[in-house]
Write a protein that binds this ligand. Structure first.
Ligand SMILES: [Zn+2]
Length: 534
């Protein structure tokens, strides 16, 4: 941390001229931002679920705003890039889960114990298979961690605790915890399915709220090139409060595992004395949605063919189980906030023209809530030459719910873009910090990750707090009560000044990146550098 900060100070002194060229006054007042948020989070848009009429209305509104700002269409059909999806839904009335121990079968309650996760169960399946506990279920060669070593997983279902041991650096841990990476090694070891137990010490949302929405259909990109878990027959998500029964007769208890998991200590691996009997009935249908893409063309004859991407997802989770009588999950902050910012920044470039050398791509992706799918499709099939994308500045739920004194920069230590973001924040009197809660995996939990995996340096910045400060509780309460709940609506308190300041920061970061002759690069020691084409 110290090393990074002194490097930042040096940068501010040595090369903050670009950041200072822009007017010191803010181009934003928070009001236009809030009016866009209000439109997007209105009940009439029904929570902007992927494939819904509500999302189409939100996108039509966004296109209108981007057009008004003078941006050119950069999709496939005008501003739109169509994307095809498969949707998967469990028919619970025809499905069942049971634990079989010594010939005795005990059925599990979908609501209280465990449910069939359609993100990992893509076709109907009837099977019974023995269970093996594999700790965090990770193979991380860079750290000589192999939790699958020495145990027979052929034809088995692995049981693992979500998370990673504390001695694994965040980026590495995040990478290997993605469904695709984890499944690669489990599949190679012969496993046919997974049971994930949430770590009770690091759950963003309580089980009751997860369970109530468990039957929400899941989605994946329709094209086979995107299937990351081939061969997985079943994926089950387990309530930690019910997990003890998985361990009976194994010589271990879940209490013991949870106690180790609380401090992210290494976990034992062992066969469980139990099998899972699963009958999963999955219904599949196809649907279509779109990304929205617009561009602001730069003025340099050569550099205008390079793009800085400003991305935000415009979808949310739609209509769900009612909480306090409300069924509409409005998604005002998640991610009405980021979508509104994209429209505001576009408008600001018209109201206060800037000569930009590179071009800026304004990207509003679909299906983030379904697993970063719209951005995954865009990163695989960009509507501009793929080598021409030099950076992604992603904005997702930046949470202006306290004054912006601290900016949390996801990717701060990974690339020149992170360093630049920190320098710009400092030049505005805002303290940049790295993610103080690396356990939440935020750097890979939004759309920037799909750009990162294509080698593109990226940042995701949020209004922040320092551990132990009173603001920490405000954010914690927000996550507990409003995150992915109907109360993330426009009846919540927001700090318009913080929103305006965040927008100003983002504008400066985009301009600076578009005008700095050198492309941003990954740091030599960044884990993510591995994805950059040599
Ligand atoms: Zn979300």
């Amino acid at each position: 941390m110290r090393k990074v900060l002194s490097a930042i100070l040096f940068l501010v002194l040595a090369s903050s001229s670009a950041a200072q060229q822009t007017s010191p006054a803010s181009h934003f007042d928070g009001n236009s931002w809030w009016s866009h948020v209000k439109f997007l989070a209105d009940d009439s848009l029904e929570g902007r679920d992927t494939g819904s009429e509500g999302l189409r209305k939100a996108q039509a509104y966004a296109v209108e705003q981007l057009q008004k700002a003078g941006l050119a269409p950069a999709g496939v059909n005008g501003f739109y890039q169509p994307v095809r999806f498969n949707q998967y839904e469990v028919d619970e009335s025809k499905s069942s889960l049971a634990l079989v121990t010594g010939g005795q079968s005990k059925s599990l309650s979908f609501a209280d114990d465990a449910y069939i996760n359609t993100r990992a169960t893509r076709a109907s399946a009837t099977l019974t298979a023995p269970l093996v506990f594999v700790g965090y279920g990770l193979q991380i060669p860079e750290k000589n961690l192999d939790e699958l070593a020495g145990i027979d997983l052929k034809g088995k279902i692995v049981v693992y605790l979500a998370g990673s041991p504390s001695d694994i650096p965040t980026a590495l841990a995040s990478h290997y915890q993605t469904a695709g990476e984890r499944w690669k090694s489990l599949r190679a070891a012969g496993a046919i399915g997974t049971i994930t137990i949430f770590n009770p010490a690091s759950m963003d949302i309580p089980w009751s709220r997860i369970s109530v929405n468990r039957n929400h259909a899941s989605m994946d990109l329709a094209d086979a090139e995107f299937n990351e878990t081939p061969g997985q027959q079943i994926g089950v998500t387990f309530n930690p409060a019910s997990a003890e029964q998985l361990f009976s007769g194994s010589g271990h208890t879940f209490a013991e595992i949870a106690a180790l998991g609380k401090d992210r200590k290494p976990l034992p691996h062992f066969a469980l004395g139990t099998s899972l009997k699963a009958n999963a009935v999955i219904q599949t249908k196809t649907l279509e949605s779109s990304n929205v893409v617009a561009k602001f063309t730069g003025s340099d004859p050569v550099l205008k063919n390079e793009f800085v991407v400003l991305s935000a997802h415009i979808d949310h989770v739609g209509i769900g189980a009612p909480i306090n009588g409300d069924r509409i999950y409005n998604g005002a902050m998640d991610n009405g906030s980021g979508s509104a910012l994209v429209m505001d920044i576009a408008a600001s470039l018209k109201a206060h023209p800037e000569k930009l050398q590179r071009s800026i791509l304004f990207l509003l992706v679909t299906a983030e809530e379904k697993g970063l799918l719209g951005s995954k499709y865009f990163a695989a099939h960009p509507t501009v030459a793929s080598k021409s994308i030099i950076a992604d500045v992603n904005v997702d739920m930046f949470l202006p719910i306290v004054p912006m004194k601290i900016l949390k920069i996801g990717g701060l230590e990974e690339s020149d873009l992170g360093t630049r973001a920190a320098a710009i924040a400092q030049s505005m009197g805002i303290k940049p910090i790295a993610d103080p809660e690396p356990l939440r995996n935020l750097f890979i939990r939004s759309d920037q990750y799909n750009f990162i995996k294509k080698g593109v340096p990226a940042v995701k910045c949020d209004v922040g707090f320092e551990l132990g400060a009173p603001e920490q509780k405000i954010f914690k309460d927000w996550l507990t009560n409003r995150y992915h709940a109907p109360s993330d609506d426009v009846n919540q308190p927001v700090d318009l000044q913080a929103a305006a300041l965040y927008e100003e920061f983002t504008r400066r970061l985009l301009l600076d990146t578009a005008n700095t002759p050198a492309r941003p690069r990954w740091k030599p020691d960044s884990f993510f550098r591995r994805y950059a084409a040599e």
